[in-house]
Write a protein that binds this ligand. Sequence first.
Ligand SMILES: C[S@@+](CC[C@H](N)C(=O)[O-])C[C@H]1O[C@@H](n2cnc3c(N)ncnc32)[C@H](O)[C@@H]1O
Length: 356
Amino acid sequence: MNLETAFRSQAEACAHLGSPMYGVLLTRVADALAAGGDAAEPFARVLAGHEDDPGPSALALRFAGSVHRLVLERRAGALAAYYPSVGGTFEPDGAWTALRGLVEAEPDAVREWLDRPPQTNEVGRSAALVAGLLEVTRATGLPVRLVEIGSSGGLNLLADRFCFVDDRGRAHGDPASPVRLDDAWAGPGPWRAADVRWPHVVERTGSDLMPIDVATTAGRLALTAYVWPDIGARHERLRGALRLAAQHPVEVRRAGALETVERLELVEGTVTVLWHSVMWQYLDRAEQDAVRDRLERLGAQATTTAGFAHVALEPGRRTSEEDRRFWLSVRRWPDGGDELHVGAGPHGPPIVWLTD
Ligand SMILES: C[S@@+](CC[C@H](N)C(=O)[O-])C[C@H]1O[C@@H](n2cnc3c(N)ncnc32)[C@H](O)[C@@H]1O
């Protein structure tokens, strides 16, 4: 993928997924690269060496994240005035002039983060994960040991302390939580069941190949920089979750998915829930197969008093004609089914519980 195409396709994706601001700015970078000559020169210089980066490495998001972090650090001069994440107001022409000025004046600073993968910890995805967890606790009635793979900063391991508001305006979870997800759940789902019970989480274990330590300024900065600047709800959720994590720290171990599930044992009197969101695609086929095998073996050991469940929110399609959607799967052992529901957006809410 050439540089222009990388920026243009990312611009379209951002506009489609709720960031008109990145839609405009990344399109203008693509236009400048296409124009060549003086228009392209500052961007071509900053992006030099990345011309052959593979599409999935998301070069345009790495560039946008690097610029955003300069804005958050107050190192981006006039550009900050256009970034809603720091109180600015987006305006296309002014923002474009300021972005161009930054890239011309500070090419080395912009290049600093081009080599790191954009890493987020999307708090909104907890709406799907918790809906799955409600199914598990409703069926088992057992206290929960929560184990996550690909946890990033581990923020969703605190999801039982968030507040989820359904489409009838009913709040579930902690109404005083700094994390409130409005319109989290729509339609009939486990949150409407008469016998629903809020999960009692007795243990939380996070792991990631590249954990982000949210107790550090650098960790919080990274997570904030990769959230698109004009999506206020995502920033608000992230800020709330970071506050909660400061009060209730959760350790995220440096470990791959397979290593984590290999260490996993079931515990009497609890249901062990292995959950993950938007990380499966990063495992190679051998690791995916080995994790699946280990889950089957753990499932075979499960009893009604030492239960096991697998809750996953991952993108995919069931048939080759279908569009990619975010699916929530919930599987329980020893006596549960294998259920598939759909979550609406890549960033979470609203979760629409479909059972077809
Ligand atoms: C897109 S992020 C999702 C993070 C978080 N689950 C969320 O939904 O916000 C994917 C995460 O998977 C982690 N990851 C990638 N490969 C992994 C592996 N083999 N084992 C464990 N974690 C992995 C990455 O470091 C990254 O934090």
